[in-house]
Design a protein around this ligand. Structure first.
Ligand SMILES: C[S@@+](CC[C@H](N)C(=O)[O-])C[C@H]1O[C@@H](n2cnc3c(N)ncnc32)[C@H](O)[C@@H]1O
Length: 340
């Protein structure tokens, strides 16, 4: 059902919800929606007490979460086990993924049911035991709901075809996908290396400034999903979808202005080859899981791995999100000196 809507960053969602309720502006007949890193609230007419982008949007009828403010409120457990309930979960399209601690395994169906009732638009809940293997596929177990692992996820206004079991996708990178796409200049050749289902390539293609984008991955399932998303997006610029090993692709690749390398635990081994194909004045958006204790020295190690230390500098290094109690996923922007 369509309604007037306001979109705010997820980090401000709870504060915005309270302000909208207080001002009697939040529609109580429709489900609040999560879209990537944003929350979209269905609202009534008139001035709103919250800052955000206001437009018409599509909503489902309200969930049966009742007065619960957190999904945990919908799980009945003794207090000692209740304290172990995971606080975080990911929403990918109609699918909710949650990491369930070993001690709560017998309670997995109850956790799944609670999430299904709590998350707007949820169809299926999966217990996530992490990504594995060279294709970074997720190991999953259905704990509640119905249907397949395939869904459409909306991120940065783009509909992305995802199969959470067959190809890697993380909704926690939505801002990165938009940020990197925002740095692309007119006429650039861009390589999205280890593209997965192609969220970087799709955002760049939608923005339309690049002259050419090549999206490269070895997982054929990921590329089938990307082709489906591209079919829906119908971008004006050419996007070449290449099934290949990244090293083999780079060995015969034309020079590029920008390369994205998002293979956070192993990507460093490809950095010398990526650096060789990027033109003077060009950039690499490189992702890595970095131990916090090594943060100071890591930047220099990364520059050294380009193989041409005097040619490269790090323009930006930013934390994307925590990865473990001692490490973070970080985004580095490497720049090659010389004329653009
Ligand atoms: C962490 S995922 C990144 C996905 C995507 N860039 C994103 O932001 O959602 C890493 C991807 O690298 C691919 N991959 C791993 N090793 C590769 C290689 N040697 N050549 C090509 N692709 C590779 C995997 O199949 C996987 O899709």
């Amino acid at each position: 059902m369509r309604s007037r809507a306001i979109r705010v960053p997820r980090s401000e969602g709870e504060e915005a919800r309270r302000a909208l309720v207080h001002a009697s502006k939040l529609r109580t007949d429709l489900r609040i929606r999560v879209d990537g890193n944003d929350v979209v609230f269905p609202v009534g007419p008139g001035a709103l007490p919250v800052r955000g982008s206001v437009a018409e949007d599509e909503f489902l009828p309200l969930t049966d979460r009742g007065s619960a403010r957190r999904y945990q409120d919908l799980v009945s457990l003794p207090a000692d086990r209740r304290a172990l309930l995971p606080r975080a979960f990911d929403v990918i399209g109609e699918i909710v993924l949650v990491r369930i601690p070993k001690e709560l395994e017998p309670d997995a169906p109850a956790i799944g049911d609670a999430l299904l009732r709590f998350v707007p638009g949820a169809r299926l809940v999966g217990a996530d035991t992490g990504v594995h293997g060279p294709d970074r596929r997720r190991s999953l177990r259905m704990v509640a709901g119905t249907g397949s692992w395939r869904t459409q996820h909306r991120e940065n206004g783009i509909s992305i075809e995802v199969d959470v079991e067959r190809a890697y996708f993380s909704p926690r990178l939505a801002r990165e996908h938009a940020r990197v796409a925002g740095t692309v200049r007119h006429g650039e050749t861009v390589y999205d290396l280890c593209c997965g289902v192609g969220p970087f390539a799709l955002a760049i293609a939608r923005d339309g400034r690049a002259a050419r984008v090549a999206a490269v991955d070895q997982n054929p399932d990921a590329l089938e999903l990307l082709r489906t998303s591209l079919g829906r997006l119908a971008p004006r610029i050419p996007v070449e979808v290449v099934q290949d090993d990244v090293e083999r692709f780079l060995a015969r690749a034309e020079p590029a202005d920008r390369a994205i390398l998002n293979l956070p635990l192993q990507g460093i081994k490809y950095l010398p080859s990526v650096a060789r194909v990027v033109r003077p004045g060009g950039s690499i958006h490189y992702y890595e899981v970095v131990e916090r204790a090594e943060l100071d020295t890591r930047a220099m190690t990364i520059i050294e791995r380009t193989g041409e230390r005097s040619d490269w500098s790090i323009r930006e290094s930013r934390e994307v999100h925590a990865y473990s109690p001692t490490s973070d996923l970080r985004a580095y922007t490497l720049e090659r000196r010389g004329a653009a």
